[in-house]
Design a binder for this molecule. Structure first.
Ligand code: AHR
Length: 511
């Protein structure tokens, strides 16, 4: 058995839990919207066409904020196409995903859906094929109460009250050559600065996210952030990060250590943003919006890969990247959430990409059921338990060696403490494929009173780490009670099964 010792001190906190890190993402891509969250005619759809079975799962997932409508899609999207009587909305070609977009679902539908789901809207503007004018007009349409052409048009279209959307993304992945309207850092930096200015003239209370790099492997990573933030520093509040990971060639050890790369990526963007701050003699800090992250298996030959989908003409909501997630993926997702939480002093927003069907925690079938993927479970439990303060941890874990990251901690952990409720939550992953991990948590300044709940996601008996949840067996992988967790005084002890993710909820008092 491997060993890990974790020390927690009540006085050492990172930040208040940024609840927006439990965000998700709905893009007009594949079957995320159509036959995902929206399917008029489905036996469980309400009168607006929202699937109630999916809605129930979204509520159980506990997402706090949802980014919309893309993604690559937004860079060719006219927001005006998605408002007004549905019968008058144009059918368009979406070049980003080679799809026929009916526009049956648009901004009003998304705002209604978000209110029902209890999530905040994070709206992206098109800085690919459109620009400053479309962006400021969208803010006027959404946020001005009445008395102007566009605010009155919103009222005429059925929403008397403004949407009051606070969070706005200035385009999407504008550094990527695949993006419609791809730009250099200079071009994008200036455009984002001017769009931000014009949007703020309409509504000074909005929060703005500038596009960072599409991923840390981009040749312009670092330089892009530096140039873009040099232009936009005073106009924006956040810079975005996107990252997707997958297991390559059966190298589970490296895949399980992917959060090491996420830590590094986050810390590199913080350093770059702070260097621009110093050089420009700015006062405020730019925070981070990790607004796309997940496991994504890029398999170009697969029928649902973007490359193959593109060969089949223009279709409505084809299946695109409907990855099926296994036990290993769920453990890795747990470590990503740990990384985001540990950086809660600077990562204030994060969105798992995406919400339904497209690399998603929820799957749904047209005219059929909806169910939870394995990765649903760590997200839902962390979104439920992570409240109060993120705690700073001293971790002394046994290590294992892997090809990509060298020596890596076997046990990965984050923790939160909610003084109001007297609850502490520990989120622990055991990356060891073969060995259980004995964990000792030393509490300083706390007295543990009892274990309220301890649940683990692990490889079920008789199965292997590739087990997934299916339509026929939707609960093959889930959370089950972890026996033997002991908490008393200043000490918590637990044994984490090999390849597992655990959440422990404790009652604690100050000591
Ligand atoms: O989430 C899928 C796609 O990944 C998004 O559209 C894009 O922003 C990213 O490359």
């Amino acid at each position: 058995m491997s060993r890990a010792r974790i020390t927690i001190d009540r006085d050492f906190t990172v930040a208040e839990v940024p609840r927006r890190i439990f965000g998700s993402f709905v893009e007009h891509m594949g079957r995320c919207v159509y036959t995902g969250i929206y399917e008029p005619g489905h036996p469980r759809a309400d009168e607006r066409g929202f699937r109630r079975d999916v809605m129930d799962l979204v509520k159980e997932l506990g997402a706090t904020v949802v980014r919309y409508p893309g993604g690559n899609f937004v860079s060719g999207y006219n927001w005006e196409d998605g408002v007004g009587p549905v019968a008058d909305r144009p059918r368009r070609l979406d070049g980003a995903w080679h799809t026929l977009e009916t526009n049956a679902f648009g901004l009003h539908e998304f705002v209604d859906w978000s209110r029902e789901a209890g999530v905040e809207v994070m709206e992206a503007v098109n800085l690919g094929s459109r620009g400053v004018d479309a962006a400021r007009e969208l803010v006027e349409y959404a946020n001005i109460p009445s008395g102007t052409r566009l605010s009155d048009l919103r009222r005429k279209n059925g929403h008397e009250d403004p949407f009051n959307i606070k969070l706005w993304c200035l385009g999407n992945e504008m550094d990527g050559p695949w993006q419609i309207g791809h730009k250099t850092a200079e071009e994008y930096g200036r455009l984002a600065q001017e769009a931000a200015k014009a949007m703020r003239f309409v509504d000074p209370d909005i929060e703005l996210v500038a596009c960072g790099s599409s991923n840390s492997g981009m040749p312009t990573f670092g330089a892009w952030e530096q140039t873009v933030l040099t232009h936009t520093y005073e106009q924006v509040d956040y810079v975005s990060l996107h990252a997707y990971y997958q297991e390559h060639d059966g190298d589970a050890g490296s895949f399980l250590a992917s959060a090491v790369d996420m830590d590094y990526f986050i810390e590199s963007v913080i350093a770059t943003a702070d260097a621009v701050r110093a050089k420009g003699k700015h006062k405020k800090h730019i925070n981070l919006s990790f607004d796309e992250w997940n496991v994504w298996y890029t398999r170009p030959g697969d029928a649902d890969s973007p490359e193959e989908v593109g060969k089949h003409g223009w279709r409505e909501h084809p299946r695109v990247i409907e990855d099926k997630y296994n036990v290993t993926d769920a453990v890795v997702v747990g470590t990503f959430l740990n990384s985001l939480l540990r950086h809660g002093d600077r990562v204030k927003i994060a969105n798992q990409a995406q919400l339904v069907n497209v690399i998603a925690p929820i799957l749904s079938e047209e005219n059929g059921p909806a169910w939870k993927q394995t990765i649903f479970h760590p997200f839902a439990r962390m979104a439920e338990l992570a409240h109060g303060q993120v705690l700073r941890l001293a971790v002394d874990s046994d290590k294992y060696s892997n090809a990509k990251f060298g020596d890596t901690d076997l046990v990965d952990v984050s923790a939160t403490w909610n003084e109001e409720t007297g609850r502490m939550a520990l989120f622990l992953a055991n990356r060891g494929l073969e060995e259980a991990a004995g964990v000792e948590v030393v509490l300083r300044g706390f007295d543990a009173r009892q274990v309220i709940r301890a649940d683990v996601l692990r490889v079920p008996d008789g199965a292997d780490r590739f087990l997934i949840n299916t339509q026929e067996n939707p609960d093959a992988v889930g959370l089950t009670p972890l026996e033997g967790v002991k908490a008393a005084g200043g000490e918590v002890r637990a044994t984490l099964p090999a390849l597992s993710w655990t959440a422990i909820e404790l009652e604690v008092v100050r000591s």
